[in-house]
Design a protein around this ligand. Structure first.
Ligand code: NAP
Ligand code: MG
Length: 481
């Protein structure tokens, strides 16, 4: 068989202008942190230092929340059509600066450029367009009830989809008439700071969006600030629980989008080649750093052998390496910590007796990389079948009947997403009724759309993002009198 060799196809980084040192974006300006502290942010694909990022301390958080509080008065009083104008402007600027945003996202986060370019950034623009459309229609969004802004929103986002999670949080908040203080993850602050520049460029009124950088302690200070009215968090279940405890007994509204351990369920009548593509997309998209990743594969026993053989063959064709190369399928693991976490859980999988498969694959000398990994012979009690690995690691189990598939799929503390592959529409509906998952994909996986709500059950959190449901998280609903 002819083997096609790919020539290197690196995306140029000329379009991004990374500063040596950044400021906090507070009240419409970049300012030095009162804390005087900075940390370094790196490129996980090369381990090269990209910039110094400020650490926001208590005083900085106070300033950011004050700015958001002051801005709230005017912003919430603007007619919805005026707020829409700004949000549409941001959406168009994201499109205009799409390449710059995509390159920076891949440099700072490690995801393949083809994903940041074709998935993340287009979805970011789509979210701002979508919620801009709601800003002047709040009176019609919730029939019989009046939607009022909540106030100052503290938003804390993770590193796996830095810009997209920012969009999921900021777009509905602004549409609903709220103001925002957002903290990006420690390892991926750069696109949020570039977004702050876009807010400046869009002439968004000062203080409506504030971006504060730092580590977990900064997030903790922000969540606990007494003048915050709403907290929105995406990240680990552990930190989610801590935040829930921190806001208990206050008036703060809370939404939590936490981890997952999704089942991707393949029936014997599924189109197997398409299912293989869906499995690959389900677990290797963004190196598996996806809360809704299809990290547990449930295969009907009669086709298991054939499907796994196809899957292993497909794994051998995945291209791992430079995130900025346009042909790369699997980029860099986001951080050394995350790489260690993946290694440790894979080690536990081997110790527990599951069978490991990794295709022959060259790992670059520098940067954080992990090969695509499949475990077979996994039982439900294995830690690799229960815990979120958040890496390119798939655990395969089998089932005989639809009922058994449902029982196994639901046998997890999480409930974020699931996938069903079958030719029969009736079976898809039967399964979707019984799967405890916020999203059930049928004959596809990892599809996102701003009009469609996303969120979890059980330890995957509560509240929805996207769609009209996502808007509801950013308004108080009152009786119409
Ligand atoms: P994480 O600690 O939950 O981080 C999420 C965000 O919360 C980050 O901005 C983080 O800041 C901040 N944070 C950390 N501690 C906080 C606290 N006590 N109060 C307020 N904010 C706080 O997640 P992680 O440590 O990056 O990843 C650990 C695991 O979480 C992963 O291996 C994965 O299993 C899971 N995870 C899930 C998602 C998801 O989308 N559901 C996303 C990311 C990770 P720092 O970045 O500075 O820590
Ligand atoms: Mg953390």
């Amino acid at each position: 068989m002819a083997k096609w060799e790919y020539a290197p196809a690196p995306e140029s980084t000329d379009i991004v202008d990374i500063k040596d040192t950044y400021g906090l974006f507070i009240d419409g300006r970049f300012v030095e942190p009162a804390s005087g502290e900075y940390f370094k942010t790196i490129n996980p694909g090369t381990e090269e230092v990209l910039a110094a990022i400020p650490v926001a301390g208590q005083e900085d958080i106070d300033r950011a929340v004050d700015a958001a509080r002051t801005a709230f008065e005017k912003w919430s009083a603007l007619p919805g059509s005026q707020r829409a104008k700004y949000i549409f402007r941001i959406a168009r600027m994201v499109q205009e600066r799409a390449r710059e945003l995509a390159v920076l996202e891949s440099m700072n986060g490690g995801k393949p450029i083809k994903e940041s370019r074709d998935v993340d950034v287009p979805l970011v623009a789509a979210h701002f367009f979508y919620y801009a459309g709601w800003a002047d229609k709040l009176a019609y969004a919730f029939p019989g009830r009046r939607a009022e802004p909540i106030g100052v929103c503290a938003q804390i986002i993770p590193w796996n989809f830095p810009l997209l999670m920012l969009a999921w949080k900021i777009a509905p908040a602004l549409a609903g008439g709220n103001t925002v203080v957002l903290k990006p993850a420690e390892t991926t602050p750069l696109t949020a700071l570039l977004f702050a520049e876009i807010c400046e460029q869009a002439e968004l009124p000062e203080g409506v969006v504030n971006i504060v950088t730092g580590a977990g302690a900064t997030g903790q200070t922000l969540v606990r600030h007494p003048d915050v009215d709403k907290v929105a968090f995406t990240g680990s279940t552990e930190v989610g629980k801590e935040i829930q405890r921190a806001v208990a007994g206050t008036n703060k509204k809370l939404t939590l989008e936490l981890g997952g351990k999704a089942a991707n369920i393949i029936f014997d009548d599924a189109p197997l080649d398409q299912a293989v593509e869906g499995i690959v997309n389900g677990i290797f998209f963004n190196q598996g750093h996806v809360c809704c990743a299809g990290s547990r594969l449930l295969v009907q026993e009669t086709i298991a052998e054939r499907l796994i053989a196809k899957l292993k063959r497909r794994l051998g064709t995945l291209r791992l390496g430079d995130p900025l190369d346009k042909n790369t399928d699997i980029g860099a693991i986001n951080s050394r910590d995350q790489l260690e976490r993946i290694r440790s859980l894979v080690g536990i999988g081997v110790e527990e007796g599951a069978e490991l498969y990794q295709p022959a694959c060259e790992i670059p000398d520098r940067g954080f990389f992990y090969p695509p990994t499949v475990f077979t012979g996994v039982s439900q009690s294995h830690r690799i079948a229960q815990e979120e690995i958040f890496g390119p690691v798939l655990s395969v189990m089998t089932f005989r009947t639809p009922a058994e598939a449902v029982t196994k799929a639901n046998n997890t503390p999480f409930g974020l997403s699931a996938g069903v592959w079958t030719e029969k529409g009736s079976r898809i509906l039967w399964m979707a009724d019984r799967l405890q998952a916020g999203v059930v994909w049928a004959n596809t996986f990892n599809r996102f759309d701003p009009t469609s709500p996303f969120g979890g059950y059980k330890e995957s959190g509560f509240g929805r993002e996207g769609g009209r449901h996502g808007l509801e998280a950013y308004v108080r609903l009152a009786e119409v009198r």
